[in-house]
Write a protein that binds this ligand. Structure first.
Ligand code: ATP
Ligand code: MG
Length: 773
């Protein structure tokens, strides 16, 4: 047997070794589904399948890169380089560039991000004279997006009386017209939005049988990770491409389907067996990721869902510590608890920052966590939220770069035609927009033809427009012979962008310039990285594609050590030794907006299952007693999901019978409690406010007290071990060692120890579990 196959258990090896045919691996979290996909690709290649003939679809591009690295280790780098692996969006954007002309698009089409799409929709609503409070642009955008993902084109929309009626009922009878305008405007700007990348791929494969055949023959082996979260559009693409050879392997977990709100269709996984001939179904049952306590607690939660496939998940790992549940007064306290606990765990277990994740239901919750981490000097990274590439100054530079590649790009043009200010006013831009709509051309084409269309623009402004176009043209010429970095650096200087920002000497202004520097450095790295690849050159087009399709996870280069903060949705597929799930409160998690139907609630429960199963060694659940929601401080109740975990897996850190008013755990790292803060919160008459009355069940749990001497709440003043240089000691992990020196006093006392297994380490004695020999 090839040695890498020994890194799989029997159940995992079976789908890896089944070379041909359709197969589905359904298995719970942490059971090695992603590992099976990775090794299967390596195995196919070892059996003589050309990398060129394998297509692998993943949830993030980062996951694809990691898989590729692993495969390269097994089969060799030069082979692995040619694999097509990535997200649906990035893979099919690549395919569309080759075939764009068939759909009437230029191969250098722009990819509009959500912000571009929403801005365009917002201007269309304005231009059509519609009420922006009725036609909220974000809502309109998500409605159009859901049509596209269900393959409802504008034409199909206007043939569907039911849809039109539904929109009319929700007071938006003009939605179809907005949709039409939006699609037209994207087309003439040579732009596709995210949903188009899937919709147009479907169109391409449907309308052009020879194209379909070409890719069917090319992608003889198709693999899909996280299949439970594919939407209809993605499903159809996979189905079409795999139809000829039917060598398809999908892996997924129905219990981790968490994107129904964005159109993911769980039926794709449930119906897979009907879609292909002789489908082999594989199940994996052993979890390698987490401790017994975590695996069994997660099982006890997901059991409550009625809609699910029966699955067994067990682990041979240790029991591990129980799941810590803690209640804090406010989100500020919650942040301090989490930051303090991370600090302690790092010391006690010699962990890195990157071993910790803080997961939450909504992005807004990150702020309190950030504040607390910053105060403790713990480096962190936030995933999601406003991404680097969406910051104004960055988007401005990128808009110029996009225009170099595709001057028809309307959203980019509108952003920078008069930024930095060059005397082209809004009236002129409005005139150009109206003319562009009238002639069904892009704004850029109108500007180029101003000598033939009289828009009554004065001479001075005409000259300014001409200068702008000439500047773009000079960049285009440069781009023909230069790499992305050289072009971008020139753009930042020659457009006046940098000079404009330099006028602002405030810290924010300086930060903007630094951001642009960071962008340029990023482009330089990208260019250097691309040069190592077989089919890439480091061009501007490649860079822009990379930026447009980078998911939040992709920016994690993994080269610096930080605590990860992200929503649970983004955490799918990842794993961390320590996981903190914060904001475990009713109305927040489960979300108030997802409690109307059982199926919504079940999706929230699956989300909780995903969160809990990210943890390898220890999980923490925290909730607060009151929280600011929509600007008001409201009472919070513990989430029903805490209730749903079997008691025996929980370690409740709530204080004694009046637990409401005395948060046990608000110590700083040295165990000091700031009592003054809590006294003010206590009502003067000492009776709890009625809305807080816990249920009997809650009380039962919460009263299962634990003493205040857990590592997280330790208040002892002296380190347990007294030590001096020369002592022989033994440590749980590092084995025997000799104390070299001692420094610091009291709580701060550290020992430098030379361990047989671990080399020289500096340990904080307060936490280090040392035995003097
Ligand atoms: P999720 O459902 O969260 O996506 P998954 O089923 O894809 O999880 P993997 O991420 O592939 O699971 O594996 C979970 C962890 O277990 C990884 O760290 C992986 O390296 C490890 N693992 C998987 N199989 C084995 C095995 N046979 N031996 C040792 N470790 C394994
Ligand atoms: Mg996985």
């Amino acid at each position: 047997m090839e040695s890498y196959l020994a890194e799989l258990n029997d159940a995992q090896r079976a789908p890896v070794l089944q070379k041909d045919g359709a197969m589905i691996v359904i298995a719970g979290a942490g059971s090695g589904k992603t590992r099976v996909l990775t090794y299967r690709i390596a195995y196919l290649m070892s059996q003589g399948v050309d990398a060129f003939n394998i297509l692998s679809l993943t949830f993030t591009n980062k996951a694809a890169r990691e898989m590729k690295t692993r495969i390269a280790k097994i089969v060799g780098n030069s082979e692995a380089k040619n694999l097509w692996m990535g997200t649906f969006h990035s893979i099919f954007a690549k395919m569309l560039r080759f075939e764009a002309d068939k759909l009437g698009y230029p191969s250098n089409f722009t990819i509009y991000d959500t912000q571009d799409s929403q801005r365009l929709i917002s201007s269309i609503i304005k231009e059509m004279g519609l009420d922006k409070d009725v036609y909220k642009y974000k809502q309109v955008y998500s409605r159009i997006s859901s049509y596209k993902n269900s393959l409802i084109t504008v034409k199909a929309y206007f043939q569907n009386a039911e849809l039109q009626e539904a929109d009319a009922m929700s007071k938006k009878p003009r939605l179809g017209d907005i949709y039409q305008q939006y699609v037209d405007r994207c087309f003439k700007a040579g732009a596709m939005d995210f949903d188009d990348l899937l919709l147009k791929t479907n169109e391409l494969l449907n309308r052009f049988p020879e194209v379909l055949q070409k890719y069917q023959n090319r992608f003889r082996y198709i693999l899909v990770d996280e299949y439970q979260d594919t939407n209809h559009s993605q499903y159809l693409i996979v189905k079409a491409l795999s139809d000829k050879f039917q060598n398809i392997c999908v892996v997924g977990d129905d219990a981790q389907s968490i994107y129904a709100f964005r159109g993911a269709n769980i039926n794709n996984i449930l119906n897979f067996q009907k879609d292909y001939d002789n489908v082999q179904m594989y199940r994996l049952e052993q979890n390698y990721r987490s401790t017994k306590n975590i695996v069994e607690a997660a099982n006890s939660v997901i059991e409550k869902n009625k809609t699910k496939l029966d699955k067994v998940v067990w682990t041979a790992n240790d029991d591990g510590p129980k799941i810590v549940v803690n209640r804090l007064l406010t989100d500020g306290e919650e942040g301090r608890f989490v930051a303090g606990s991370i600090f302690e765990n790092k010391m006690e277990h010699q962990m890195k920052n990157g071993d910790f994740a803080i997961l939450y239901r909504t992005n807004a919750q990150s702020r309190a966590m950030e504040d607390a981490l910053r105060k403790k000097d713990i480096p962190y990274r936030i995933y999601g939220g406003l991404s680097f590439y969406q910051r104004k100054e960055i988007k401005d530079v990128l808009s110029y770069l996009r225009l170099i590649i595709n001057p028809k790009d309307e959203e980019a043009l509108k952003r920078v035609i008069n930024y930095p200010a060059r005397g082209i006013g809004q009236t002129t831009i409005d005139k150009l927009t109206i003319a562009a709509n009238h002639y069904k051309r892009s704004i850029y084409e109108v500007i180029e033809n101003l000598d033939r269309i009289d828009l009554k623009i004065n001479r001075g402004t005409m000259a300014k427009l001409e200068n702008f176009v000439n500047m773009l043209k000079s960049f285009q010429i440069m781009n023909e012979t230069s790499d992305a970095f050289t072009v971008a650096e020139t753009v930042a200087k020659k457009t006046g962008l940098l000079q404009e920002l330099k006028k602002d000497a405030t810290p924010e202004g300086i930060a903007r310039i630094e951001n642009i520097e960071e962008l340029l450095n990023g482009i330089r790295d990208f260019v250097e990285g691309q040069r190592e690849l077989a089919d890439a050159t480091g061009s501007l087009t490649e860079f822009l594609e990379d930026v447009a399709l980078a998911t939040d996870m992709d920016k994690d280069t993994g080269d610096d050590d930080r605590v990860a903060l992200m929503t649970i949705h983004l955490a799918k597929g990842l794993e961390f030794p320590f996981v903190y799930i914060v904001g475990m409160e009713e109305d927040l998690f489960p979300s108030a907006m997802s409690m109307n139907t059982r199926s919504e609630l079940e999706e929230e429960r699956r989300l909780f299952y995903v969160a809990l199963t990210r943890a390898e060694k220890k999980a923490y659940l925290t909730y607060t007693q009151s929280r600011y929601r929509w600007g008001k401080l409201v009472d919070a109740e513990p989430s029903r999901f805490i209730e749903e975990i079997d008691d025996k897996f929980l370690d409740l850190m709530v204080p004694q019978d009046d637990y409401k008013y005395k948060p046990l755990i608000d110590t700083d790292i040295f165990g000091e409690v700031d009592k003054s803060k809590f006294r003010q919160k206590k009502p003067s008459n000492g009776t709890p406010p009625p809305s807080h009355k816990p249920t009997d069940e809650q009380l039962r749990k919460l009263r299962k007290l634990r003493p205040a001497t857990s590592p997280e709440s330790s208040t002892s003043n002296e380190p347990a071990v007294q030590l001096e240089a020369g002592n022989e000691v033994e440590h749980m992990r590092f084995g025997k060692g000799k104390v070299l020196s001692i420094e610091g006093v009291g709580q701060d006392k550290k020992a430098e120890i030379n361990f047989e297994n671990g080399g020289i380490k500096k340990l904080l004695l307060k936490f280090a579990k040392l035995k003097v020999l």
